[in-house]
Design a protein around this ligand. Structure first.
Ligand code: SF4
Length: 235
């Protein structure tokens, strides 16, 4: 699918890519089937907000059907919006070995006032509930997220709420960004905070995440896992 209807206050996507358009499920499924038959091993369903797919069937149903072809392949999808991450989607992931146990669920901030300023349309509590459900249903899931450091007007206390939330969830991977204004977006007109404050927050978040990820990686010690190599001597 293409485009996005969400208008997060920092993002240009809805302006440059337009509103959401979903491809027909039969076209998506035919493409996947052809890729599997050609030997493709790792297929990603893409969209700016892929889990709000509104074709003739829902996104969880599309994913479930995409996992039904014969063949040795894995499916992924990105990017997801937390407000559209349903229990049904998690249940479909949990029930199919062909769907990679990886969920990228951008949190962006762990503070409710900042989430509102971002126009994200979920609360930290709602996010935590969804992350807990994902971890409960898919125990070895790799959960990843995006966080913006130094969103306009973000106070020290609000940033610390983000640190607490990141610590509480436990992400395998975190894409942290220093906020940078995008011309034409509402956030660009908000009160900006100094660059050195943003970069200092980014450094603190990165340090926290490095320690968290290292600790989480320990759960794979001694396990044999299936991986896809796309390079190297035998690649
Ligand atoms: Fe849409 Fe994602 Fe941009 Fe928000 S951040 S407007 S969900 S593309």
């Amino acid at each position: 699918m293409y485009g996005c209807n969400n208008f997060c206050s920092y993002c240009v996507v809805p302006y440059v890519r337009g509103r959401e358009r979903s491809r027909r499920s039969e076209d998506v499924l035919a493409e996947i089937e052809a890729l599997v038959k050609s030997g493709y091993k790792d297929i990603t369903l893409l969209g700016q907000n892929v889990n709000s797919y509104k074709g003739d069937i829902s996104f969880p149903k599309l994913l479930a059907k995409a996992a039904e072809f014969d063949g040795d392949y894995r499916l992924r999808f990105m990017t997801s919006h937390p407000k559209d991450a349903s229990k049904e989607l998690v249940d479909v992931m949990a029930s199919s070995p062909k769907i990679a146990p990886h969920f990228h669920l951008p949190m962006q901030s762990g503070d409710n006032r900042i989430l509102e300023m971002m126009n994200r349309r979920y609360t930290v509590e709602q996010y935590m509930e969804k992350a807990a459900y994902i971890k409960e249903k898919i125990p070895l899931v790799a959960l990843s997220s995006d966080i913006i450091c130094g969103f306009p007007t973000e106070t020290e206390e609000e940033f610390e709420n983000t640190l607490k939330a990141v610590d509480a969830v436990g992400f395998d991977m975190l894409f942290a960004f220093v906020y940078s204004p995008r011309t034409g977006t509402p956030a660009a007109k908000m009160e900006q905070i100094p660059h050195e404050v943003k970069t200092a927050r980014f450094a603190r978040l990165s340090e926290l995440e490095n320690n968290k990820a290292q600790a989480l990686n320990a759960r794979f010690l001694g396990k044999t896992l299936k991986v896809l190599s796309d390079g190297g001597e035998n690649g």
